[in-house]
Design a protein around this ligand. Structure first.
Ligand code: AHR
Length: 646
């Protein structure tokens, strides 16, 4: 008893001696863990928009490799006698090309083909002779009409066979092409393919190493795919069907890309989905970059922007015809997690090279659907999925708008349906992002939680906005609010992820690229700074008793990282003046060495999309502070992360 009294007395004495926070200080209460943070919190959202898959992340260099585009020779130029015929070995891609006499075919690639000096490229083709004994195919990597690599194949069989040839690039080529010349007996060719050997983790049907590495460097917690509007399709016939995207790559049927026509004044008539990057490859990528896969499936509705969502029509699946769509969802769970001995889809996964389950835990039904037809469809999906797979975390939708009548209505529908998470999308102005940093402070704490599934700050409106530093800074400020409310906001993914500099339909985008280069925008670095510093628990961070969400143009949040025993403070100053600050850490004393990561540039318009050095990139240095009160000046237009051992 005496001991207890003594320690109570000692604690009271310590409390009495605790240094009070200076007036106006940002007070971080180290003992007050207000929420746990989902380990998957910050992630990525991939969609085949802006040539993100075919022509982008998917490393195939040949466009229209199976001659299945409606215009069969789109992407190719021919010389001599070259005809498209219906004689393929692949039933779901039935066309091939016949070359007779001295003839040639050249493929332009996607805005040209990039070749790296000294690197090997794997050329492959399915071929057969239709008469004669032997045909020769000469392949040349071309750079402005000059050879930058060469090789020869001899075709000797009348049976369809796959032929492979390694070609080394003799120089760096920014925008090359692939030329094939034919001599000898008549041949038929199909699935003409050219891949860099150096793909991400060396997979043959692989991903561009530099682009996939940019994803890996984000250390994403979650990986949402494959869309976006892509999963809806402009019509139900052209929706994304995951079952078409698995199995032998040559036999995955072509689909149109929903983004062929969407961007104002930027039609993309050659934009198709080969599904070479399909669900197996998506799951594998998720695994290899350490992210939880979050597939999105069609809920029985084609894209509402492309149809009239106020009335029933052929864009909407009647409720009594929805079962095949629900089966797609149930089968996908088996494909990802099932036992190959017991399920055909799990057996296919094993046959494709992954007998172990992928450990699917999240599943979204529908993208950003809205209107009266959504809830009855989601209800049917949810009932069957919940009954069979009660552990799957289901994601519903709040529609495309982050506020307004329909947003409220969708949320009230979601509260009735009760998915685990509701996907919210915000493409909005810098002002909106700053004003919404406190969006979740008073959000209801009951019912489904939030997945901030698509967001980006658009300074000049859709299609006109660019990835400038100012937008990234506003995203950083907004994200302090996601982090502060990590009990309700469980996942967050910026959107869209990729854009080809010549082939975009939507901007801004997190990562830009051309045939050889990757451009990491300031928004990329903001995402990375959050992801690498996500911590495990939110700590109370207040100024004058309020969240730090805009007063004096400052935004701040703090986390504790249980894995490293670190305190991590994020502060964003969006004003054009520096701000001297007192950071008061209740419960800590003494000197600390901190790791300080800073994102800053004087140029608010900096875009980072240039072959020269990046204008904006985070810089980490070491600094000293003395606790409990650290005096800290945060310069104008800066994002600071202070990290130190507790
Ligand atoms: O991210 C681009 C598009 O924005 C997505 O496809 C869609 O979900 C949203 O409208």
């Amino acid at each position: 008893m005496k001991k207890i009294l003594l320690s109570v007395f000692a604690a009271a004495l310590l409390a009495a001696c605790a240094t009070p926070a200076p007036e106006g200080a940002i007070v971080i209460d180290v003992k007050n863990k207000v929420a746990d943070i989902n380990p998957d919190m910050y992630g990525i959202f991939f969609e085949d928009i802006n040539y993100g898959a075919d022509g982008g992340l998917y490393a195939e260099l040949v466009k229209n490799r199976s001659f299945e585009f409606p215009n069969s020779l789109m992407g190719w130029t021919s010389e001599g006698k070259v005809t498209v015929v219906e004689t393929s070995p692949f039933e779901r891609n039935p066309k091939s090309v016949r070359m007779e006499g001295i003839s040639g075919l050249t493929n332009e690639g996607f805005f040209g083909m990039g070749f790296r000096q000294g690197e090997e490229y794997r050329f492959s083709v399915w071929a057969r002779l239709t008469e004669g004994e032997e045909a020769t195919l000469n392949m040349t990597l071309l750079d402005n009409g000059e050879a930058a690599g060469q090789g020869t194949l001899t075709i000797t069989s009348a049976e369809w066979q796959k032929y492979t040839l390694m070609i080394t690039a003799t120089r760096m080529v920014e925008k090359g092409c692939l030329a094939m010349t034919h001599q000898g007996a008549t041949v038929e060719l199909d699935h003409v393919s050219l891949f860099p050997v150096n793909t991400f983790n060396g997979h043959e049907n692989g991903l561009r190493a530099d682009l996939a590495q940019a994803l890996a460097d984000l250390k994403p917690g979650v990986f949402r795919f494959p869309g976006g509007c892509i999963i809806e399709g402009n019509t139900l016939a052209t929706r994304y069907q995951w079952k078409n995207s698995v199995g032998q790559v040559e036999n995955r049927p072509l689909n149109e890309n929903r983004w062929q026509t969407s961007a104002e004044g930027r039609p993309a008539p050659d934009y198709y989905q080969t599904y070479g990057l399909g669900f197996y490859e998506y799951f594998l990528l998720a695994e290899e970059i350490g992210a939880q896969p979050l597939p999105v499936l069609n809920c029985g509705m084609a894209c509402e922007f492309a149809n009239d969502p106020t009335k029933e029509g052929d864009w909407l699946v009647p409720l009594d015809e929805l079962q095949p769509y629900i089966d797609d969802a149930l089968d996908l769970i088996e494909f990802a997690n099932g036992d190959p001995e017991k399920n055909q889809w799990a057996a296919l996964r094993a046959e494709m090279g992954h007998p172990a389950p992928f450990g699917l835990k999240y599943l979204a039904i529908g993208n950003e659907q809205w209107g009266e037809f959504v809830a009855p469809r989601l209800q049917l999906f949810n009932e069957q999925i919940r009954q069979k797979y009660p552990d799957i975390v289901l994601v519903g939708t709040a529609g495309p708008s982050p506020d307004g009548e329909e947003y409220e209505r969708m949320w009230s529908e979601m509260r009735k349906l009760n998915p685990d998470l509701v996907d919210e999308h915000y493409y909005n102005t810098p002002e909106w992002f700053l004003n919404n940093a406190c969006r979740y402070d008073s959000f209801p704490r009951t019912g489904p939680k939030v997945f901030a599934g698509e967001y980006a700050c658009h300074e000049y409106g859709l299609f006109r906005s660019v990835n400038n530093y100012w937008s990234a800074l506003c995203e950083a400020a907004f994200m302090t609010g996601l982090e502060r409310n990590a009990d309700i906001v469980r996942l967050a993914t910026y959107a869209p992820l990729f854009a080809h500099v010549e082939g975009w339909q939507w901007r801004p985008d997190m990562i830009w690229f051309d045939g050889l280069h990757t451009y990491r925008t300031a928004s990329y670095y903001v995402q990375q700074m959050y992801s690498l510093n996500k911590g495990t628990d939110v700590l109370s961070t207040t100024q004058n008793g309020q969240p730090v969400a805009g007063l004096d143009s400052l935004y701040a949040s703090t986390v504790y990282d249980g894995a490293t025993n670190d305190i991590v403070v994020k502060i964003v100053n969006v004003s054009s003046e520096e701000r001297p600050l007192a950071l008061h850490f209740n419960g800590l004393r003494g000197k600390r060495e901190l790791s300080l990561t800073v994102l800053e540039t004087a140029d608010l318009h900096a875009e980072n999309i240039s072959k020269e050095e990046e204008e904006v990139t985070p810089v980490t240095s070491v600094a000293q502070i003395e606790l409990p009160t650290a005096h800290w000046t945060i310069p104008a237009h800066t994002f600071h992360i202070l990290r130190f051992h507790k």
